[in-house]
Design a binder for this molecule. Sequence first.
Ligand SMILES: Cc1ncc(COP(=O)(O)O)c(C=O)c1O
Length: 414
Amino acid sequence: MFRLKTGTLSFMPYDTFFEQELATLKSEGRYRIFADLERHANNSPIATWHSPTGPKSVIVWCSNDYLGMSHHPSVIEAAISATEKYGAGSGGTRNISGTNHLHVELERTIAKLHEKEAGLVFSSGYVANEASLCALAKGLPNCVAFCDEKIHASMIQGISHARVPKHIFSHNNLDQLRQQLSQYDKAQPKLIAFVSVYSMEGDFAPIETICDLAKEYNALTYLDEVHAVGIYGKGGAGRANELNQQHRIDVIQGNFAKAYGVIGGYITGSKILVDYVRSVAAGFIFTTSLPPMVASAATTSIKTLRDADDLRHKLWDNVNLLKNLLSKTQVNYYHTPSHIVPVVIGNAGLCKEFTDTLLNDFGIYVQPINYPTVPKGEERMRLTVTPFHTKEMIHQMVDALNAVWGSFFMKMAG
Ligand SMILES: Cc1ncc(COP(=O)(O)O)c(C=O)c1O
């Protein structure tokens, strides 16, 4: 029982409070139901869905395992052999016996990937952002942060935890960013936080111009390349690499959980900056390090993708086919330059109904995306095709989307 702060003072059982909050989420159509899936290492993108009426075969259309590396034979083999050699866990934080040679090798690999002096590995991309941005913004005296409004929740959390003044500029609005930067003395520390491929919009950051502004106003640049590494740039080194801007970014952050198909996050940068974050970031210091098998699988995945233009070409062939087929339908999708294709429904309840129909009637699994991941009224599906979707699967997906889209419009009109 606890006492409510507002209104008439009364005691309420804790569970009653939580139940009421959940009822609100349900009434707004925002209550999240996870699909109980078994993804198959030898049959991607097909999965078994443990539906309320029993197991059913479905095709996954929303995975961030963009290149199917989670089931690449070399990555699986690396995880198995490292487990056999070093065991299942790392044994501690990096400070207390948790540094394994495989972590060191992984850090060298990411530094080389981004042509930076050093790298630092975290337990996830979320933790890498939260811990590094907090450490940098808090540590720099009188730092002011500048953030694109669409940066990831982990970046917002890191900057919020640093408790520094911050400016949010509207998405990719560089006039506004310039206006915000210009309010400060050139000598005052500034940090610009942005993302190379915005995962909910599927669009790109204007990296070059942001670097120009950072130079003009003497700001540190922090770029999240989570949805770009493995896919864009030479050997999968990311968008900054593709645009030949990597040397102009102070911190390139990424993860091993999307195109690399494993788990974990990282930053890369100068030796000194990375050493500083390593020395002060709570999210690095006070948590057990990644299991060696994960480090080994991640290193293998990065090295494999450095030489995997064929896989990237197959991805782009499928992305282009998907977009081309969608362009001939009435489905409202974003015409993105990236591999991500958002289909906006604009209502949480309808979006859920739409994805339920795809799942139940067509065996297609796409998770609905709601507030707070996207703003209210912009609820969407986020389609991600992989090199392993067949042409038939892509045609079937577009036909299904078009059919459900048509029936929803008829329902709304009626
Ligand atoms: C832009 C961005 N940054 C960071 C993260 C967090 O990465 P991780 O899933 O490795 O924690 C995500 C996750 O979806 C993301 O979309």
